[in-house]
Design a protein around this ligand. Structure first.
Ligand SMILES: Cc1cc2nc3c(=O)[nH]c(=O)nc-3n(C[C@H](O)[C@H](O)[C@H](O)COP(=O)(O)OP(=O)(O)OC[C@H]3O[C@@H](n4cnc5c(N)ncnc54)[C@H](O)[C@@H]3O)c2cc1C
Ligand SMILES: O=C(O)[C@@H]1CCCCN1
Length: 393
């Protein structure tokens, strides 16, 4: 036992750095297997500095990349399991509409994966779209395809539920403890602002801070951290775009823009509609005015709302902020460190990782206990990035 005032040191099977949705699900799966697990978080919980905060996220099977549709089959089941364990409603089915020119190759891949995986869906012409979704005006004659299984995840509630589940399984969660040093080895030593810990394995799920933690370990991944404007738009007729009015989540592919929205829910009368990208930002200075001219995302959104969603006031009523950590191909990084096989990395979730976190956590758990992962890891390997300096591999 360390003397009073001395940081205490303890030994764990696994230490997970970062209690966002990915680290929390990883720790949850480890603790469920009886692994002695410590989950470390730099900020007091809950916080709004990373990528997992906020009231809502989209959950869907519909993807242009088939491997995510495949993983979502299991992820839906794991979300239901967590709901039952937590005795909490974490998911609300609303359906999702993908809107695009029917010649758009990405749109066609969405249609293919939905059909290939027999996901309940429906194709729409511009005409039938107007009939079914009166609040949406297919301004350029867009087609649509729906994913009836899609809906809204209550994000803040979900994060709390998985962290409570982790603790219920005997996991140790220490927040307000920033990891300041990692010494690799057969036993990894992790130093924080509050103590020193050792473990047989380490999982780094640090969101937009990932590269800061990886640099001293000789690895820099091609990650771009972006500041996202999370915009909410006022309904001209309250409820017209709400869940009760059967308004769906949507993804509009208006190349080069990707715009998405969720039915009014968390803030009555306000619809969350955002641009699927943002301006480069350091997570430590997320809201500092950008040096380079920032992305005209809000202008693009105003233009989209006034053309496609005539029942909304084309000015954002509320703007909140969040962070993306993008890889060049928007696939995740789920892999072992190239030099330290007992250090596992989960990063680069590129603005779409929340819904997959139950399966991502299971995969990172499998990598850290030395098990064969349940899915091919080919899309997520570090070695797919050709330009990594040789020292890193
Ligand atoms: C606006 C927005 C909309 C989105 N919409 C969707 C959606 O509709 N559907 C979907 O599936 N996904 C969506 N996403 C993506 C999803 O939210 C993210 O992929 C996911 O939250 C990433 O989780 P994470 O755990 O990797 O990161 P984070 O939540 O950022 O967690 C990383 C944690 O690590 C901690 N940390 C970092 N460094 C240290 C350190 N040195 N010591 C201790 N702790 C540390 C941080 O404080 C943080 O809590 C959206 C994201 C945003 C921003
Ligand atoms: O993961 C999702 O479902 C959404 C798609 C649009 C951008 C934000 N994330």
């Amino acid at each position: 036992m360390a003397a009073a005032g001395e940081p205490h040191s303890s030994f764990y099977d696994t230490i997970v750095v970062g209690a966002g949705i990915q680290g929390s699900f990883t720790a949850y799966h480890l603790a469920k297997r009886g692994r002695d697990t410590l989950l470390l978080e730099q900020f007091p919980l809950p916080h709004s500095r990373g990528s997992s905060h906020g009231q809502s996220r989209i959950i869907r099977h519909a993807y242009a990349q088939e491997h995510y549709t495949q993983m979502m089959a299991e992820s839906y089941g794991l979300w239901e399991q967590l709901e039952a364990e937590a005795g909490a409603l974490l998911y609300r089915q609303t359906g999702l509409l993908v809107l695009a020119a029917n010649t758009n190759p990405e749109f066609q891949r969405f249609c293919q994966t939905l059909a290939q995986h027999h996901i309940p869906s429906e194709l729409f012409t511009a005409e039938s779209l107007r009939g079914r979704f009166p609040g949406i005006r297919p301004y350029c004659g867009e087609a649509g395809v729906s994913d009836r299984t899609a809906g809204v995840l209550y994000a803040d509630r979900a994060l709390r539920a998985v962290q409570d589940g982790f603790r219920r399984c005997g996991g140790a969660l220490r927040d307000s403890e920033q990891v300041t040093d990692i010494q690799p080895g057969v036993v990894v030593t992790v130093t924080t602002s509050g103590g020193a810990y050792q473990a047989k394995s380490l999982v780094i799920t640090a969101g937009p801070w990932a590269n800061k933690l990886l640099a001293p370990l000789g690895l820099q991944l091609p990650l771009q951290t972006l500041r996202i404007n999370v915009c909410y738009w006022k309904e001209k007729v309250p409820g017209a775009y709400g869940v009760s009015a059967h308004f769906p989540c949507f993804l509009a592919i208006c190349d080069p823009h990707h715009i998405y929205g969720l039915p009014s829910n968390e803030y009555p009368g306000l619809v969350k509609i955002c641009y699927h990208s943002g301006s480069p930002a350091d997570p430590e200075e997320r809201d500092r005015p950008p040096e380079a001219p920032s992305l005209p995302d809000i202008q693009v959104l105003q233009d989209f709302v006034s053309k496609y969603l005539p029942g909304l006031v084309p000015e954002p009523a509320v703007v909140e902020h969040c962070m993306y950590t993008n890889t060049p191909d928007e696939d995740f990084v789920l892999d072992r460190h190239p030099k330290f096989s007992n250090i596992v990395i989960g990063a680069g979730f590129s603005g779409h990782g929340f819904k997959l976190a139950p399966v991502v956590g299971k995969l990172l758990c499998q990598l850290s206990v030395g098990e064969e992962p349940s899915y091919t890891m080919e899309p997520f390997g570090i070695r797919r990035f050709p330009a990594l300096p040789p020292a890193a591999l």
